[in-house]
Design a protein around this ligand. Structure first.
Ligand code: ANZ
Ligand code: ZN
Length: 844
């Protein structure tokens, strides 16, 4: 029979679904293993091979775990709300609701074809009102717990997508999605107070088994700095006290305060001062206005020439009472710290550049301490330090100079002494900002809030800081997204829903008067911040999550997804879990014990992506080669966490391999009848030396494949299987050997192995329900070698040892050898030398 994946694959997909082999008992799992993978957003033409790469890699891991006796739960769904899907609908001129239906069919059909062990019964879609009812419920809980608030803010605005963007959605000052230049806009927005959780989000990272680069990205994003707030008095006219106005600066180096020779305020803070009535000189206003048009992100660009302007205002350095000029410059950010800095040009590079350009005074207040050893040893050490002393900029610690009574003090100590001296306060500052949750778009869950003017006027409401606002009562959820004709974003800062009277005109839940429904929708990242919980009971009509199942299955044992979500999704999802934990709905704080980021697929040297137009559609390959071949090919490229370069020639190589597997198994057919148990060697194929030990090769392969899958080194697992097949072809193998081989291959080529397992070998149940082969360690050891033992270079004995013996063990064996012990007597060895695979020489 010919290998025909097009026939085999759909056949087994149906059988698996019918038999429910990927549907664990969610209520009573014995060994639960939640194998989560990031669900796709079905925006464009369909699943692309990059998605498939991610899902296959995650699936192989899950398949091995299933065979290792775990109840593996591997759900899938669609992250179908949001701007990706909406833009696509706009582009092709359909309604997002219709498009969602089309995409869903298409995606699910494709996802079925890739051969993953998905638990299809638990699929979910974020745009399903039964799902987003609970997304809205989570919003109302955030509100009730004081974690949701509304505030006017200057936000990042994409003039092309006509929407607000969070900082995370901007790359180099451009909209991450469409590449348009991001501008600033003042809007009323909803926020979640993720900053309340900054410390925990940071601290818990240490407990997580996650890809290191993702943890680093989260640490940087959260950006904890310990420093101080120092207050400066402002003076409009030099020498004339006018102590009504103050400005605070956040600094991580209060020890350098005596060297603060000017202050710099951000354009944002300067604008606020103008709003409070600061009569600003015309050129200064011009500078501020121009700076505000630029995005913060771009202002930080390295190597960018510093710009700024003197405000005409002075401040008093509280340490030495010197009057120092106040400048406004765009290298200071409005959104960090207090939006103002004390500039210490002698010890901060940015300030140094600025001072040089604008000829501002530079006073050194920290001297590097000469290390004692460099004083003794002379030349090199001293020279190194001298350079730093003489150099113009010293950013390190040291001892204080030019700092009055603090001279000579260690700078670390001086930090807090000086803070105290000037009445400053210690301050921990995070880079993390609150989560901007509202979007002025159509395709998302309406934010479930109602505003009543009458109540607001009376100061009534659920939150005293935000009178007039009410959460939609739970019984009224979901607030269904109406099907409207004009769903196109308006660009005026309001959602298209704001034009739908029938949508926004509601009664006040409190006074029954005329009120207005919020017309913004929530950020897609809220949809994906809790989907893993819903998978466990997606049809639940009573509660967002099934607490019993959640307790059994979570945290997930594995989560796989793209590193590009390192700071977006992965931080939000952790935050929501912590909040749910605090509301006593889940026991864990961290939803994912283990997270692994897969690499990216490259095509012709560029990341495969829709915007680059180099996307490969897996359908074609599945049609021509079968999903098994494509799966294996993708996994063969490189370690899964590294990604790889997609090439057609590689696909052909894997196809040949699977055809050989097929061919080889066909020879075993007689074994099925029980006539013959051993496959005869192919006539004419030479027996390679080293292949004679069949059992050893087999067990080494079991060990290698198991360990490699555990490490997600799928490429080398595949190589090991190739070597084993060679071994079989050369020296033959028993039916049992073939079965072991098929089990090891099953996670990679689930259809073909099932076909051979059931049809050719006649098993009644699925190979995917078989137990994973266990290797016999004894058989995996390498041969022995003769270890020579020498004393002072003379051979005294030889012993047989395992080839893989460690240096420590070899030395131990040599020293405990009876002959050697007698020879040495009471003499202590001075040195023991080991030459791998050869000898141990004991020097006495
Ligand atoms: C004086 C000083 C002296 C500083 C010195 C550094 C070195 P991290 O570690 O990132 O928290 N800074 C504070 N607010 C800022 C803002 N809104 N925009 C730009 N820079 C700001 O950095 C904290 C340091 O960054 C602060 O400490 C401040 O400069 C600057 F030798 O104050 B430092
Ligand atoms: Zn009211």
């Amino acid at each position: 029979m010919k290998y025909e994946p097009n026939k085999i694959e759909p056949k087994w997909q149906k059988v698996w679904a019918k038999e429910g082999i990927y549907e664990p008992d969610l209520d009573a799992p014995k060994k639960p293993f939640f194998n989560l993978m990031m669900f796709p957003y079905p925006s464009a033409e369909g699943l692309h091979v990059g998605n498939m790469y991610a899902f296959t890699g995650a699936d192989i891991y899950g398949r091995m775990k299933r065979m290792q006796g775990y109840d593996v739960f591997e759900p899938i769904g669609l992250d179908g709300f949001g701007i990706h899907s909406e833009n696509y609908a706009l582009k092709i001129g359909t309604h997002p609701m219709d498009q969602a239906e089309t995409s869903e069919k298409r995606f699910y059909k494709q996802l079925e074809s890739i051969g993953n062990g998905f638990a299809w019964n638990e699929h979910l879609e974020t745009y399903d009102p039964e799902y987003y009812r609970w997304t809205q419920w989570i919003f109302t809980q955030m509100w009730k717990h004081g974690l949701a608030y509304r505030k006017k803010q200057s936000v990042n605005w994409c003039p092309k997508d006509l929407t607000v963007l969070s900082d995370e959605q901007i790359e180099g000052g451009k909209c991450e999605r469409c590449g348009a230049e991001v501008i600033k806009k003042e809007l009323e927005q909803w926020f979640f107070k993720i900053t309340d959780y900054a410390e925990r989000l940071l601290k818990n990272l240490d407990t997580l088994d996650w890809s290191e680069k993702v943890k680093i990205a989260q640490r940087n994003w959260t950006g904890k700095s310990e420093g101080a707030l120092i207050t400066f008095k402002l003076r409009k006219v030099p020498g004339q006290p006018d102590d009504k106005h103050l400005v605070q600066a956040f600094t991580t180096r209060p020890d350098t305060l005596f060297g603060a020779t000017f202050l710099v305020v951000s354009p944002e803070l300067a604008e606020k001062w103008m709003n409070f009535g600061w009569q600003v000189p015309a050129e200064v206003k011009k500078y501020i206005d121009a700076s505000l048009k630029r995005k913060e992100m771009d202002r930080l660009e390295e190597g960018k020439e510093k710009t700024g302007i003197f405000t005409g205002v002075y401040a008093v350095n509280p340490a030495n009472k010197e009057e120092i000029p106040v400048w406004v410059a765009d290298y200071v950010l409005g959104s960090y710290g207090t939006g103002a800095i004390m500039a210490v040009p002698a010890h901060d590079e940015r300030d140094f550049e600025f001072a040089k350009k604008f000829k501002l005074p530079i006073i050194k207040v920290i001297r590097p301490i000469l290390r004692p050893e460099s004083k003794i040893e002379g030349a090199i050490g001293v020279a190194e330090s001298e350079i730093s002393v003489e150099g113009e900029l010293w950013e390190g610690n040291g001892e204080l100079a030019n700092s009055g009574k603090f001279n000579g003090m260690d700078s670390e100590k001086a930090k807090w002494e000086i803070t105290k001296f000037v009445g400053g306060e210690k301050k921990v500052q995070f880079r993390l900002r609150d989560w901007l949750i509202s979007r002025q778009r159509y395709w998302g869950p309406p934010i479930p809030m109602i505003h009543c003017e009458a109540c607001a006027a009376k100061g009534a409401g659920e939150n005293k800081d935000m009178p007039g606002w009410y959460a939609v009562p739970e019984t009224d959820l979901p607030v269904e997204l109406p099907r409207i004709k004009n769903f196109r974003p308006t660009g005026s800062g309001v959602s298209p829903l704001a034009a739908e009277k029938s949508f926004y005109e509601v009664k006040c839940p409190k006074c029954g008067g005329k009120a207005r429904r919020e017309t913004d929708v929530s950020d897609t990242f809220l949809d994906s911040a809790w989907y893993y919980l819903r998978y466990l009971d997606p049809e639940n009509k009573k509660t967002a999550l099934n607490e019993k199942r959640v307790a059994k299955w979570l945290p997930t044992k594995m989560y796989t997804g793209g590193a590009e979500h390192a700071v977006l999704h992965l931080l939000y999802v952790r935050f929501v879990a912590m909040a749910l934990h605090d509301w006593k709905l889940v026991k864990f704080e961290e939803p994912f014990k283990k997270f692994r980021a897969h690499g990216l697929l490259i095509k012709d040297g560029a990341k495969m992506s829709k915007s680059k137009g180099n996307v490969i559609n897996p359908d074609e390959y599945i049609k021509n080669f079968g999903a098994d071949t494509l799966r294996m090919y993708l996994m063969f490229l490189a370690p899964f966490e590294q990604g790889g370069d997609f090439r057609d020639s590689g696909v052909l190589g894997i196809e040949r391999f699977l055809k050989r597997v097929w061919q080889y198994a066909e020879v075993v057919i007689p074994a099925k009848a029980g006539i013959q148990n051993t496959v005869s060697k192919k006539p004419g194929s030479p027996v390679k030396p080293g292949m004679t030990n069949r059992a050893s090769l087999l067990h080494k392969t079991i060990k290698k494949v198991s360990e490699d899958i555990e490490k997600l080194h799928y490429n080398t697992a595949v190589s090991a299987l190739m070597i084993l097949l060679h071994g079989f072809e050369d020296v033959g193998g028993s039916k049992e050997d073939l079965e072991v081989f098929l089990k090891l291959l099953a996670p990679f080529a689930p259809h073909m192995t099932e076909e051979i397992w059931r049809e050719t070998l006649g098993h009644k149940t699925s190979i995917h329900r078989e137990l994973w082969p266990i290797c016999d360690e004894k058989l995996t050891r390498e041969e022995k070698f003769t270890l020579v033992i020498q004393v002072n270079g003379k051979v005294r004995d030889t012993i047989e040892v395992d080839a893989g013996i460690s240096e420590a063990d070899a030395k131990k064996l040599a020293l405990s050898n009876e002959k050697i012990k007698n020879l040495l007597g009471s003499r202590e060895p001075k040195k023991v030398i080991y030459v791998p695979k050869k000898l141990v020489n004991i020097v006495v």
